[in-house]
Design a protein around this ligand. Structure first.
Ligand SMILES: Nc1ncnc2c1ncn2[C@@H]1O[C@H](COP(=O)(O)OP(=O)(O)OP(=O)(O)O)[C@@H](O)[C@H]1O
Ligand SMILES: [Mg+2]
Length: 142
């Protein structure tokens, strides 16, 4: 994926960007999704899971911190750390075990994980481009 910044107008376009990014993922990757509530982190993860051939759909894990999505080449693990307080909580949900087994971790609210985030992690930032109810989102990779 040459381009590093995208603007999407709707969910489908965000899925399209996720699909292009999915091709770059390999076992052991950690992907940090950054951005406000409703910015599109879960929507992007749904697109990723679909592109990777995961059969179980990704939902917004309101009561569920972690969900596992076996994909074609590795286990995709979606985490939403919003309700956690720090690295100790994140370890308690199996962070190291997942990495040891070569899963790909896609993490919303990754700031909760602090120093557990490896320096090699991929970061994706989602930004609302219009007023609260608008649909345009910037998606930036670094
Ligand atoms: N361009 C767009 N890309 C992604 N989602 C969009 C877009 N335009 C509108 N939406 C809507 O915005 C909402 C994004 O919600 P989503 O659950 O993906 O956000 P989130 O970043 O995961 O929020 P949270 O931090 O609460 O988990 C969805 O309702 C989706 O339909
Ligand atoms: Mg979400």
């Amino acid at each position: 994926m040459e381009q590093k910044c995208f603007v999407t107008e709707n969910e489908e376009e965000t899925w399209g960007v996720a699909c292009a990014f999915a091709a770059e993922l390999k076992s052991g990757d950690v992907v940090c999704l950054e951005g406000d509530l409703g910015a599109g982190k879960t929507t992007f993860t749904q697109g990723l899971a679909a592109a990777l051939g995961a059969k179980r759909a990704v939902t917004s894990p309101t009561f569920c911190l972690v969900s596992e999505h076996p994909a074609k080449d590795f286990l995709l693990v979606h985490m939403d750390l919003y309700r956690l307080h720090g690295p100790d909580d994140v370890l308690a949900i199996g962070w190291e075990d997942y990495l040891a087994q070569g899963a790909v971790l896609v993490v919303e609210w990754s700031d909760r994980a602090g120093e557990l985030i490896p320096p090699t992690a991929k970061h994706v930032t989602f930004t609302h481009l219009d007023s609260a109810d608008g649909c345009r989102r910037a998606i930036e990779f670094r």
